[in-house]
Design a protein around this ligand. Structure first.
Ligand SMILES: Cc1ncc(COP(=O)(O)O)c(C=O)c1O
Length: 491
């Protein structure tokens, strides 16, 4: 299946121009490669809901321009010449209205769910703002202005504030034993930006990319936008099937492996230390970059997790992304990306194009706040509060026929629903009743996992959780015709 979403709406202009555009965008996005046959005139007419003559006219124009070739009694084929560069046609051939046409790129499907306004948001893997020390943070912000009166009068460097990177390199060394210099760190605006920068700088169309199944849904969208081929790798409570990874690395020669091996989103699973070491050996043998997205490391309930993969790296094949968005101050959007110089050079070049550096103010606030004793105490309390919320959600769901592996950290339950409950319909009905969750399908690079959902226990209050789950279970019960209704006397 393809995740590429059609352009949003039909472009303004003549109908045959819209067919022409569809073909150009299809060639640029790799849907039709060189020498490949285009859909028949009839199929294209159905796809675009236009008349066949319109398609014929567009195909003929493409043939006249050498973009496709007409073959007698066979159809139209993409020609051997390189596909037109994105945008070039627009420059040669305005009308201006076409310049504003959205590119044919996948959107963030998670964002589409988040943007729904609902009262019971179990779709949001964020921490309840009431659990963060807001008054303390505000006080801190004032201090930052006293300490750095010129903070708003200048840019940060593209890599990020030198002082912050120095302190963070010491932090990573002391805490996880990573040997890192400040120059091997880049401050990004959240991990989302880090993933995006990596996708723009280290992969190109046609590359293979290993990705967990299921995974953080926007990562699928980001890599697909680059027109790579995604190779899914199952993640289980025991980690990965390393034989399968080795096979894929040997036969498909992927450029990178994007992973979230610690309290993974959405599953909560953690890849054991023994596998981390072996993954580095495989990466070095098959020259595959390992991109470790580490967002939930600090949110553990019992044992702290194994060290980051970067710890085992000796030859520069690991990239480490550490987000502090979740538990420090989501509004600051600070993440650190660690990479050895050969990879870092390319990533920084793209960061310069993206925003010329993360705002200095947020970096300074983060630095002073993160290293304060108060924050460190706060994280310990936060773990307890989140574990209690997880336990509450699990108690409410007990006896419903839903199944999940209880995670040792993170913010989500990854739940397998009884077969009789169609997730798409459940979501539709839940949204009508102001309840949101993440359907498993969008976390699956294959677009399957249709009986799974992700429920976040971290964002809503306990009272909201109870009501949201009561509604969700009631709808599922109706669909299933007999799930036990949740008890309301649970504490
Ligand atoms: C695995 C993973 N990566 C990246 C992100 C984005 O993090 P940030 O808020 O730092 O951009 C998230 C947020 O949910 C996540 O779960």
């Amino acid at each position: 299946m393809s995740y590429l979403e059609p352009g949003s709406g039909r472009p303004r202009g003549t109908l045959h121009q819209s067919v022409y555009d569809e073909v150009i965008l299809g060639i640029q996005s790799g849907e039709w490669k060189r020498y490949e046959k285009l859909p028949s005139v009839r199929a294209m007419a159905e796809r675009m809901q236009v008349n066949r003559l319109t398609v014929h006219k567009a195909y003929q124009r493409l043939a006249e321009e050498g973009i496709v070739q007409a073959r007698y009694k066979s159809g139209y084929y993409v020609s051997s010449e390189p596909a037109p560069r994105p945008g070039s046609r627009f420059l040669d051939d305005p009308p201006w209205e076409y310049q504003a046409k959205p590119v044919r790129a996948p959107r963030s499907r998670l964002f589409e769910i988040h943007r729904k306004k609902v009262a019971y948001k179990m779709s949001e893997a964020l921490i309840d703002p009431a659990l963060l020390p807001n008054a303390f943070l505000s006080g801190h912000v004032k201090e930052v202005f006293d300490l750095h009166p010129k903070v708003l009068s200048t840019y940060s460097s593209v890599s990020g504030d030198e002082e912050l990177r120095e302190e963070m390199s010491r932090y990573f060394t002391e805490k996880y034993g990573l040997s890192l210099s400040a120059d091997e760190l880049l401050v990004t605006t959240g991990s989302q930006q880090a993933i995006d920068l990596i996708s723009r700088s280290l992969v190109q169309a046609g590359d293979r990319v290993l990705i967990e199944r299921p995974t953080y849904s926007p990562a699928i969208d980001v890599f697909l936008r680059q027109n790579v081929r995604l190779l899914p790798v199952e993640i289980t409570p025991e980690g990965y099937d390393l034989d399968r990874i080795e096979y894929l690395m040997r036969t498909e020669k992927p450029q990178l492996f994007y992973m979230n091996p610690t309290f993974q989103n959405p599953t909560g699973y953690t890849v054991p230390a023994s596998q981390r070491k072996q993954l580095l050996e495989l990466a070095e043998r098959y020259k595959c970059i390992l991109v470790e997205d580490d967002v939930y490391r600090d949110i553990y309930f019992e044992d702290p997790p194994p060290p980051p993969l970067f710890y085992y790296d000796t030859e520069g094949y690991a990239i480490y992304i550490c987000s502090f968005s979740k538990f420090v101050a989501p509004g600051l959007r600070i993440s650190l990306l660690a990479a050895r110089p050969a990879l870092m050079d390319s990533i920084i070049a793209v960061k310069a194009l993206a925003d010329n550096g993360t705002p200095l103010l947020t970096q300074k606030i983060f630095q002073h706040y993160f290293f304060s004793a108060r924050l460190q105490e706060h994280v310990a309390k936060l773990r307890i509060a989140l574990e209690l919320r997880k336990a509450r959600m699990e108690r409410i769901l007990a006896g419903t026929g839903f199944r999940w592996a209880s995670p040792g950290g993170g913010l989500n339950l990854w739940i397998n629903l009884p077969e009789e409950v169609p997730v798409d319909l459940l979501l539709e009905r839940c949204l009508e009743q102001s309840v949101a969750f993440v359907p498993g399908e969008i976390c699956d690079p294959l677009g399957e996992m249709k009986s799974w959902i992700r429920l976040s226990y971290s964002y809503i209050s306990e009272a909201e959780m109870e009501e949201g789950l009561r509604r969700l279970i009631a709808i599922a019960e109706e669909m299933k015709g007999g799930i036990t209704f949740p008890r309301t006397d649970l504490n």
